[in-house]
Design a binder for this molecule. Structure first.
Ligand code: ZN
Length: 408
């Protein structure tokens, strides 16, 4: 592919080796070749031979450019919705009470099992589009509403298909250990055995699994069960991540750190031992302000302790029907700042550089840097902080993926 130049932009590279907030380069230029960044810097420093080899030029007209945004935690493939449960909860029932009464996740499992592949695809595509319209170029998608072999694999196939048919990089997580299916009532250990021996191997054999996730919680799986699943995953060479410390301190983050997990997610109840374990394990802390908001939680994740320990922080929608029916990553930037007191620069790093690390894509995505994928979002804003500041306003001008403007 011939070289193309993007000139006259203000680049929020998010590259920590570029000095200053947002790794900003004023009057910046990006040269793209074969879908990758072949040169990046000040327009004035553009090498002459490179300018002569250029087949096409695009004027950024002073607009800000960020890396393509990355939503690193979603359950976007699922059947149906839980709007009725939302109404129930507002008449007094708690999330845990609804879950224990067989509602909650199980009602989505029923709807997902009943939905064929095309139906799941169409519903997920409709939820993905508003994210793409906000400059998202990579997304993580979990299974976890099938809880049987057939439906778990179907969800993951739908996730892969979304990545093929839409302009977005999709990374999958196998979340069979999301909830206990009715067939295994009272037999959680047997279910973990079933996942480890049958479902995970089948999904991995079909190339459907990029990472393995679990829900370690009173209403999910115990620490010992999570450990056994992690052992099965790592035996297959798969990286792990974990829903941890959302509703109580189960020491999930300690386990995640021990397994050098890609991430531990939620973390409102994270204690000092968990922070230390994440730091030691090189894991990212994924904060999910949409679930915090929707469940009307009040306990804040320990952001100051995470900062102090040098644990990278990512932000995601947690798009799911029960606790975070959210399809706006820009809104999550705002909530990460207002609720969790992240700075706008930290929040933006949380949906670019650190989110790429969660998806094990740090070498190729997440910053505007030489050699990385030419995935970027172009914004009609005066400063990058506006992305976290406005609520309900989408200043996206265009999205470029692998060097090509996209239309979703
Ligand atoms: Zn989740």
């Amino acid at each position: 592919m011939a070289m193309e130049l993007w000139l006259g932009g203000r680049l929020a590279t998010m590259d920590p080796t570029v000095a200053g907030p947002y790794g900003a380069i004023e009057d910046g230029a990006i040269a793209v070749e074969d879908g990758r960044i072949a040169w990046i810097g000040r327009t004035a420093d553009l090498p002459g031979d490179l300018a002569r080899r250029t087949a096409a030029r695009h004027d950024l007209a002073g607009r800000w450019v960020t890396p393509g945004l990355i939503d690193c935690h979603t359950h976007i493939v699922h059947g149906g919705d839980r709007a009725a449960e939302f109404e129930l909860r507002l008449s007094g029932a708690t999330y845990e009470e609804i879950a224990r009464a067989g509602g909650g996740i199980r009602s989505t499992v029923t709807a997902t099992r009943a939905a064929d592949e095309d139906t799941l695809f169409a519903q997920a595509r409709a939820r993905l589009r508003p994210l793409l319209a906000e400059g998202v170029t990579a997304v993580e998608i979990k299974s976890g509403y099938g809880l049987d072999r057939e439906t778990e694999l179907r969800m993951l196939r739908v996730a892969r298909r979304l990545g093929r048919e839409l302009p977005v990089t999709v990374r999958t997580s196998f979340l069979g250990a999301h909830a206990l299916p009715p067939e295994f009532d009272g037999r959680a250990d047997a279910y973990i055995d079933f996942l480890s021996a049958e479902v995970l191997p089948a999904a991995a054999a079909d190339g459907l699994v990029d990472a393995v996730d679990a829900f370690c919680e009173r209403i999910g799986f115990t620490l010992a069960q999570t450990r056994r699943l992690f052992e099965a995953a790592t035996a297959r060479g798969l990286r792990v991540r974990l829903h941890a410390e959302q509703l109580s301190d189960m020491k999930g983050a300690v386990l995640a750190g021990q397994f050098k997990a890609l991430s531990a997610d939620h973390l409102e109840w994270l204690e000092a031992d968990g922070v230390a374990a994440l730091a030691a394990g090189g894991s990212v802390a994924v904060l999910l302000p949409g679930a915090f908001y929707f469940l009307r939680e009040t306990r804040l994740p320990p952001v100051a302790a995470l900062r102090q320990a040098g644990v990278p922080i990512a932000i995601a929608t947690d798009c799911n029907p029960g606790s975070s029916p959210v399809t706006s990553l820009l809104l999550m930037l705002s909530m990460a700042c207002t609720y969790f007191r992240l700075t706008p620069a930290e929040a933006l790093a949380g949906v670019t550089r650190h989110a790429a690390a969660v998806l094990d894509l740090a070498a190729s995505h997440g910053t505007l840097s030489l050699g990385k994928a030419a995935d970027f979002a172009i914004w009609e804003i005066e400063r990058p902080g506006e992305l976290a500041y406005r609520v309900g306003f989408n200043p996206l001008y265009a999205t470029v993926r692998a060097g090509r403007p996209t239309s979703a």
